[in-house]
Design a protein around this ligand. Structure first.
Ligand code: DX5
Ligand code: ZN
Length: 226
């Protein structure tokens, strides 16, 4: 029988209060976050600009949790060393953003980081078939990347299932991450579909509850997964 992987929650700081970032991160840490997810946007690969290695380095000083760096940037090879040096533990690049994905993944691993690949909603699971054995993490985007607080694209549930099947065969130890529009009402579904690392932005950092209370609510709904 296949053993179920432990489900990890990875709060994205994109909707956090940057004026009180250290407190927000400490609150997520105390609330049981497993990673801190950092969304790096360059205004080119995605229509938004967020932050770069300087902020990752600052966050490194605020928590001992693994830093899960999601690079939404064109030609990421140019900056891998900077993000590794800033303290990234996991670096995820988009397959659509690099010409030589295999080389990019080798670079990430050589820098001592775990290597991940993200797929936009329009990209087929087959696009990364050949590199699956090199990966520590696959990220199936469940919104088009660029902004927090977007609506989950329902057809991605079937894609998560297809990716999970492929990963069982080719990289059974790698994590399957999902990112975008995950909230208490759909978290059990994405986990049932095969995801085990769940990025949660606006459902953790919002004005409805504290990060700890919001994480507890997500965990409670996770119990509904089979
Ligand atoms: C989207 C980012 C996500 C996003 C998640 O481009 O990669 O990490 O901030 O935020 P929510 O959970 O609010 O969709
Ligand atoms: Zn992300």
């Amino acid at each position: 029988m296949k053993t179920k992987k432990i489900v990890k929650l990875a709060p994205s700081i994109l909707t956090a209060d940057f004026g009180h970032l250290a407190e927000q991160i400490a609150a997520a840490d105390r609330g049981g976050a497993d990673y801190i997810h950092l969304d790096v946007m360059d205004g080119c690969f995605v229509p938004n600009i967020s932050f770069g290695p300087l902020l990752v380095k600052a966050v490194r000083g605020m928590t001992t949790l693994p830093l899960d760096v999601h690079l939404m940037i064109t030609d990421p090879d140019r900056y891998l060393q900077d993000f590794a040096g800033a303290g990234a533990d996991i670096i995820t690049v988009h397959t659509e953003a690099t010409l030589h994905l295999h080389r990019t993944l080798q670079l990430i691993t050589a820098l001592g980081c775990k290597a991940g690949v993200a797929l936009n909603p329009a990209t087929s699971v087959e696009a990364i078939h050949e590199v699956l054995p090199l990966l520590d993490q696959v990220l199936v985007m469940t919104v088009n990347p660029g902004f927090g607080s977007q609506r989950f694209i329902e057809t991605m549930t079937a894609k998560i299932r297809r990716m999970a099947r492929l990963m069982d065969e080719l990289c059974p130890l790698a994590d399957l991450q999902v990112d975008g529009g995950i909230h208490p009402d759909n978290i059990a579904d994405v986990v049932d579909s095969g995801a085990n690392v769940i990025v949660v932005g606006s459902s953790v950092f919002n004005d409805k509850g504290t990060p700890a209370a919001n994480l507890a609510l997500l965990r409670e709904h996770l119990l509904e997964s089979v």
